[in-house]
Design a protein around this ligand. Structure first.
Ligand code: SF4
Ligand code: SF4
Length: 434
């Protein structure tokens, strides 16, 4: 969003507070009516999407100055996107874009980002990952049985979290592609952080350097399709990179690829997996993974706070996220019973980890995860699955902290069980829920 559009948009919030909830027509119970983790945890208007827009306006009017208090409110937000979806029922505002611009302004003054986020940004600059792990250990996750093809046109972009923290996801994704006969390669020592954790803090200059480095490498290799098992990497490549630089290759999340492979018969799910499962939609695979459509029009003021877009601006409602593919997969696993939580798809509740919250505000991350875990428990499921290594880490932390009986698996691990490739894990999963 350019500065002119920002200056106009921050004057258009009508203070309705719709962004604190999931849209009214989607509410199924009072318990699961809210949609904003920042409001659920801190319960004070400035933490909401609309509240942050008022802060942005007050900042521009000189009524508030950069301060630790302002920074605290602006960064206690997972950039989950619920407010952006809910607000579309009221207006054509983009609360997330306003928040990101406000973060950029705080970074420019030296007030932002949070100290813990500065630490991981330095780590990315030094060793190419936010965990400050040695770059040369990035590919240590690859077991001997994985077959890579140096001439492949399909690239598996593993991402930092699966490479260093959630190796089971990378291994499962690679084994499934091998089983389906997909010829793929990884970037080895040329794979670096996608830049998502940096972008979400508002450090757009560092992000630009990273995206250019990554696109230069991938384009130099003649890659046709890049596959991601991390929702954060996927969203960053799919939605954020093209805003700065267009590219020609296709991007796919593993759930999209695996759904296609099951549908075409290249993957045969034959093994019984007798468990009850619910699925958590990652924000960056769901509502946030909807691309922006180009729009060249005017914002015409009608009366104070009310404007119209001429011609009408395409609304980014979150409905074009990836919702069917993971559900198709789960419904095709023999013996598996699939149940839904109350807040799903573009109205799903965040896991609590994103946009630097896990590092800077671990208490917010864990409280949010526990709200989502309770919702999963209420669905009647024994197993919670998702499709993002960052959700995986935080939801598993939430399960432990809550002492929940729920077990967590990545969806790719369930596919391996259904392919008969993980008999021990299947035995363990079914024994635990028996
Ligand atoms: S951001 Fe949108 S939904 Fe929230 S208070 Fe403002 S107009 Fe209402
Ligand atoms: S992005 Fe999510 S956490 Fe942040 S204000 Fe909007 S709904 Fe709340």
């Amino acid at each position: 969003m350019d500065e002119e559009e920002y200056q106009k948009m921050i004057k258009r919030c009508v203070r309705c507070s719709v962004c604190k909830w999931i849209p009214q027509v989607q509410i199924k119970s009072q318990k699961y009516a809210s949609g904003c983790p920042a409001i659920d945890i801190y319960n004070y208007h400035p933490y909401s999407g609309g509240g942050k827009i008022i802060l942005a306006l007050a900042y521009e009017m000189g009524r508030i100055k950069p301060s630790e208090e302002l920074r605290d409110i602006v960064y206690k937000c997972t950039v989950c996107g619920n407010c952006a979806v809910a607000c579309k029922y009221m207006s054509t505002l983009e609360p997330i874009e306003i928040m990101m611009k406000l973060r950029e302004k705080l970074v420019d003054t030296g007030c932002g980002p949070m100290p813990q986020q500065k630490t991981y940004i330095e780590a990315v600059k030094k060793v190419n990952n936010p965990y400050n792990e040695p770059h040369e250990k990035r590919m240590d996750w690859i077991p001997d049985d994985i077959h890579l093809d140096p001439k492949a046109k399909v690239l598996y972009y593993v991402g930092c979290t699966s490479s260093y923290r959630r190796k089971e996801m990378a291994i499962a994704a690679a084994r499934i592609m091998n089983e389906a006969g997909i010829s793929f390669n990884v970037l080895q020592e040329d794979e670096f952080c996608c830049g998502s954790p940096i972008l979400r803090t508002g450090d757009s200059n560092t992000f630009e350097e990273i995206l250019n480095k990554n696109l230069d490498i991938i384009e130099s290799k003649g890659i046709e399709t890049v596959v991601f098992s991390c929702a954060g990497c996927y969203d960053t490549f799919k939605v954020d990179y093209p805003l700065s630089r267009k590219y020609d290759f296709k991007v796919k999340h593993t759930v999209e690829l695996f759904d296609e492979l099951i549908e075409s018969g290249q993957l045969k799910l034959t093994n019984n997996v007798p468990i009850t499962v619910t699925y958590h939609d990652p924000c960056h695979l769901g509502r946030n993974a909807e691309r922006y459509e180009d729009w060249d029009g005017d914002v015409v003021p009608l009366m104070p706070l009310i404007s119209i877009n001429i011609p009408p601006k395409p609304k980014r409602t979150g409905s074009k996220g990836i919702y069917d593919a993971p559900r198709n997969i789960l419904k095709k696993i023999p013996g598996l019973k699939f149940v839904e939580m109350e807040r799903i798809q573009e109205y799903a509740y965040c896991c609590g980890a994103g946009a630097g919250v896990k590092s800077a505000f671990p208490e917010m991350a864990i409280k949010t995860a526990k709200i989502r875990i309770e919702e999963a428990e209420d669905s009647g499921a024994d197993i919670l699955v998702s499709a993002c290594p960052f959700c995986s880490t935080n939801l598993q932390d939430g399960i432990m902290d809550k002492n929940s009986k729920l077990k967590y698996f990545d969806i790719s691990e369930l596919i391996l069980m259904a392919l008969g490739l993980e008999p021990e894990k299947l035995k363990q999963a079914t024994a635990e829920v028996a």
